[in-house]
Design a protein around this ligand. Structure first.
Ligand code: RIB
Length: 301
C-alpha cells in the first residue's frame, strides 16, 4: 500500500442545524448544536484512513482542548500525527457551520492553520517526501501551497490539489499538480472570466475533475467530456463530502486505479458520507463501499 501525505487544515466544527437560514441582520431559532472534528486536511486524512490508506497528516493545531481532541480523533482513525505541529501561541482553527436542509454554509477562522508555513513545511519535508501521493487543500497559507507544489513537482510526486476555498491559481501552479479537484463554484472562481467550464476541462484532460454534488463529477478523458454520476442517497449533512471525495480519490490513485475508476470509487465514498451528521462521522470504510457496490450489482442482475 502506497503512503499518502495530507497537508492541510484541522478545525473544530461548531455546527448549528436550522430549518431557516437567517437573512442579514436577522436572528432565527435553530434546532440542534454539535461540535465535531473537522478541517479539510483532517477530513481528507480520515477519509483515506477509513478506507485502509496509510496516511500521515501535516498541519498545525493549537496546544489547547480543541487541538488535543482533534489529535485524539485522528489517532483513533489510524492517521499518523507524528509530524503535526502544536503551537501554544495560537488557538486551534475553528469553523462555524450552518446546516439548512442538509446543505451547509461555512465560515473558517484559520487560527493555528496559519502557522502551516514554509518553515514548518521545510522541517517536515523529508517526512512528506516519504509519501507517493500528496493531497493538499487551501485552508493553509497560499505561499505554503506554492512552495510545496514546487518542491513536490521537483521530486516527481503525485500531487492532488483540492482548491478549497478557491482563489485564483496561476497556470504554472496548475500545470505542476497531477489532479485538480474543485467543486463547480471553485472552478468558476479559478477559471471563470478566462475559460468556460468545457474549455477548462479540455485544457486539462484527466487532471481537472469538477465535483458537482448530486450531479456527479465531470472530467475530460482525452476524447470527450464525461460525467460520472453520484450515487443516490438520503442526505443528512453534506459537510465533508468534497473532502471524502478527495481522500478516497487519493487512496484509489495510490492503489493504482485509473482515473475514471478512481472517480467512480470516490463518488461512492462521498455519497455514503452524507448520510450522517458531521464531516467525518459518515465517512465509509472500504467494506461499506464494497457492500454498496455489491448491492448495486445484485440489484442490476
Ligand atoms: O469541507 C468541510 C470542512 O470545511 C469543515 O470540516 C470545516 O472545518 C471547513 O474546513
Amino acid at each position: 500500500m502506497n503512503k499518502i501525505a495530507v497537508v492541510g487544515s484541522l478545525n473544530i466544527d461548531l455546527v448549528a442545524v436550522t430549518d431557516v437560514s437567517p437573512k442579514m441582520g436577522e436572528t432565527v431559532i435553530g434546532k440542534d448544536f454539535s461540535m465535531y472534528p473537522g478541517g479539510k486536511g483532517a477530513n481528507q486524512a480520515v477519509a483515506g484512513a477509513r478506507l485502509g490508506g496509510d496516511i500521515e497528516i501535516f498541519g498545525t493545531i493549537g496546544d489547547d482542548q480543541h487541538g488535543h481532541m482533534l489529535e485524539r480523533q485522528l489517532k483513533n482513525d489510524r492517521v499518523s500525527t507524528f509530524s503535526l505541529q502544536k503551537r501554544s501561541d495560537v488557538p486551534t482553527g475553528c469553523a462555524l457551520i450552518e446546516i439548512c436542509n442538509a446543505h451547509n454554509r461555512i465560515i473558517v477562522v484559520p487560527g493555528a492553520n496559519g502557522k502551516t508555513d514554509e518553515a514548518y513545511l521545510k522541517s517536515s519535508m523529508n517526512a512528506i517526501l516519504n509519501a507517493d501521493v500528496i493531497l493538499l487543500s487551501m485552508e493553509i497559507p497560499l505561499p505554503s501551497i506554492e512552495y510545496l507544489v514546487e518542491e513536490l513537482y521537483e521530486h516527481n510526486k503525485t500531487i492532488v490539489l483540492n482548491p478549497a476555498p478557491a482563489v485564483h491559481l496561476c497556470e504554472e501552479l496548475i500545470s505542476k499538480v497531477t489532479y485538480l479537484l474543485p467543486n463547480e463554484y471553485e472552478a468558476e472562481i479559478i477559471f471563470g472570466g478566462t475559460l468556460s467550464e468545457d474549455a477548462a476541462l479540455k485544457r486539462y484532460p484527466n487532471k481537472l475533475l469538477i465535483t458537482k454534488g448530486e450531479k456527479g463529477v465531470t472530467f475530460f478523458n482525452g476524447e470527450e467530456i464525461e460525467t460520472i454520476p453520484s450515487i443516490i442517497v438520503n442526505p443528512v449533512d453534506t459537510t465533508g463530502a468534497g473532502d471524502t471525495f478527495a481522500g478516497a480519490f487519493s487512496y484509489a490513485i495510490s492503489d493504482g486505479l485509473p482515473v475514471k475508476e478512481a472517480i467512480r470509487f470516490a463518488a461512492i465514498a462521498a455519497g455514503l458520507s452524507v448520510e450522517k451528521k458531521g464531516a467525518q462521522s459518515g465517512m465509509p470504510t472500504l467494506a461499506e463501499c464494497n457492500e454498496y457496490r455489491k448491492k448495486v450489482s445484485d440489484d442490476e442482475a
